[in-house]
Ligand binder design. Sequence first.
Ligand code: SAM
Length: 327
Amino acid sequence: MKDSFDRTIDYVRIAVTDRCNLRCFYCMPAEGIPYEPKAHLLSYEEITRLLKVLGELGFQKVRFTGGEPFLRKDFMKLLENTATLDDFTSIHITSNGTLLQRHIARLKELGITKINLSIDSLDKKRFHKITRRDDFEKVMQTFKLLVNNGFKIKLNAVIMKGINTQDIIPLAELAKDYQVDVRFIEEMPFNGGYKENLEMYSARDIYADLNAHYPNLVKLPSKHGDTASLLAVPGYKGNIGVIAAFSRTFCNTCNRLRISSKGEIKSCLYDDGVFNIRDYMRSGVSDEELADKFREIVRLKPKDGFEAEKLRKAPKKAMQSMSSIGG
Ligand code: SAM
């Protein structure tokens, strides 16, 4: 499906839960966020129905995220169902890596091997300070197990001024020994409202740090829909990426829609939800009506994240947590 800016939209990100077992301070307050009751969440049957409709419309890639997707009961069942859908040739997961170890063998059997793991520091104390939980070793162990089992891993690190800029090079160095993309992300204001104005450590600052350390850094060509600018250090097994999530320099190649755990569709991360597909589905509409609704949403997709932000109805203060948006 094409939007009105001639972008092919074929990628959907679905949050299966708004709950998380970490409390990353840039994402939510220490006490957590008010979680949705189970009846408000899209059921697995509803998610599978939406995927079938989207598959017919040409969607090929799905990412399950959250909250922490492995916190939701029987998440593996949803993955098993999705693996049977012919249209979705690319199934991805974003996880914090604390709960997935025991599922590695089954994920491999299902051919679900593309996983993004979040890790904002290689220093145990700093990891704890950021996530407010003591799971550093578990996450590192999971990362190594996944790589050794042939999974295609991307590591995501949100880089924040005065917090973890000293982690940029140690994290990038993981690409020396592991075939992994290490991606540095600008902080966004989706933190459940704890802080309105961010003291930005921008993509430009991150590049400067990388260039100072790696004088022979090579820029790689970008792939369809890629939000990361990819870089390579000659001789390293993996790559390094920079995601200008706040500067929003990649909107012209956007290929995605998001669906939150309660069925709110976001045609851009920076809008405040354009339509509730759960309520529409529960009103008894047909698959054809659902498909028409998706066509309309894609047609109205804003040009970029700045335009989407301007169209928001909710005040800036009411910025949601990424955990309920679906990161
Ligand atoms: N629980 C999973 C995880 O930790 O990866 C999936 C959900 S989490 C919301 C997805 C991603 O969003 C993580 O990489 C997290 O670091 C990122 N994220 C959360 N809040 C963010 C913010 N305010 N700015 C930038 N990235 C953020």
